[in-house]
Ligand binder design. Structure first.
Ligand SMILES: [Mn+2]
Length: 199
């Protein structure tokens, strides 16, 4: 994926598959709609071909239905995954007009604003495609200079960008690649999306 150039948001998605696997069960998906940038991160249960198939299914729904309100989008993906292995999912909508970020997450997927202040958006328990609690929709303000990280559990949540004070000033490509290189496990698929709200 390539970073946005025509919007007030720049982003980069970086990912790597589990050692020994030929495919990844993680999916980072970003779409720029008029006024809204949708960022989705899916992690199919386990890894390998079954997780990859689930991620592909989630991707098809995202591609056709990402304009739906978040909870309806989750319902659609849940229904589409009924005969797949399921997975965890986080979806954020960066709304340019209202300068806000709406987020829903189910399962172990991280959504964090890491700069200038740290805020983690919690997920509801469960597995999309199997059983989950309808996630609350979180709405937080979006300000120029904010840096967000979305990552799967292949990247450690212990990673704190405050420990690397220069990092937040780098381009999203560098932030995502660095998080992946320094803080990911070889033994799981690992994916990180870095987002910067431009001035
Ligand atoms: Mn994982």
């Amino acid at each position: 994926m390539s970073p946005a150039t025509t919007t007030p948001i720049s982003w980069f998605a970086s990912g790597r598959k589990c050692l020994g696997q030929s495919v990844s069960g993680d999916l980072a998906w970003v779409n720029e709609l008029p006024g809204v940038i949708v960022v989705a991160l899916f992690d199919g249960l386990g890894h390998g071909p079954r997780a990859h198939a689930a991620a592909n299914r989630a991707k098809r729904v995202l591609s056709s239905k990402c304009e739906l309100p978040l909870l309806e989008l989750f319902d659609e993906i849940d229904a589409a995954l009924k005969d797949e292995i399921g997975g965890v999912l986080g979806v954020a909508k960066f709304d340019i007009d209202t300068r806000s970020v709406r987020y829903c997450g189910v399962g172990n997927v991280a959504a964090r604003r890491v700069f200038p202040t740290s805020t983690s958006l919690p997920s509801a328990p469960g597995i999309v495609g199997q059983r989950y609690s309808r996630p609350p929709v979180r709405v937080v303000p979006m300000s120029a200079g904010d840096v967000w990280l979305f990552h799967t559990d292949g990247v450690s949540s212990n990673f704190n960008i405050a420990d690397y004070p220069q990092m937040a000033y780098h381009a999203p490509r560098t932030i995502a690649n660095t998080a992946l290189r320094r803080f990911s496990s070889d033994f799981d698929d690992a994916t990180c999306v870095a987002i910067r709200v431009n001035e």
